[in-house]
Design a protein around this ligand. Structure first.
Ligand code: DQA
Length: 152
């Protein structure tokens, strides 16, 4: 296990376990398993360790965020539908002193109006949206940059 400053927690929210089958015209053909393999490979190349959790439950996401305190240097989170209304997920991220990067496969601002608002964005370091599976890899690069430049 790497030191805390080299550990990144990746959280996938509800329905992301269906990637590959779910609305492929929006989310692409890449499965969550593929994304996780890509994240592990890129993390190794960057000298980081990723721990990856997918859950369909808001409370489990809150528990995972709370447990990130003192265990991770950074959180990469695709809150999925919770992005748009979960004050519980937002408050958990605000409560822990672990910087969060918000990720979306799709460009939420080009889609239905209810997706244009993120309750997570104001407490995130930044947001990456619209690059499909690569959004996660870009987020990992951003996490690496933050960690290496001690911008945390
Ligand atoms: C999503 C965008 C959300 O609006 C949606 O509810 C998702 C996936 C994305 O990755 O593009 O489940 O977070």
């Amino acid at each position: 296990m790497k030191a805390v400053k080299e550990r990144v927690l990746v959280l996938h929210g509800p329905n992301l376990n269906l990637l590959g089958k779910r609305e492929p015209e929006i989310y692409g053909a890449t499965t969550l398993e593929n994304i996780n393999e890509m994240l592990n490979a890129r993390a190794a190349a960057l000298g980081l360790e990723v721990v990856i959790i997918q859950t369909n439950y808001e409370g489990k996401l809150v528990d995972a965020i709370q447990q990130a305190q003192d265990n991770y240097a950074c959180i990469i989170i695709n809150p999925a539908a919770f992005t748009h209304y979960s004050i519980a997920v937002r408050d958990a991220l605000a409560a822990v002193r672990v910087p969060a990067i918000e990720v979306h496969l799709s460009n939420i601002y080009r889609r239905e109006e209810f997706r244009h608002h993120s309750v997570i964005a104001p407490i995130a370091i930044g947001q990456i949206a619209g690059f499909g599976a690569n959004s996660y890899l870009l987020a990992l690069e951003a996490a690496s940059y933050l960690i290496r430049s001690a911008n945390l």
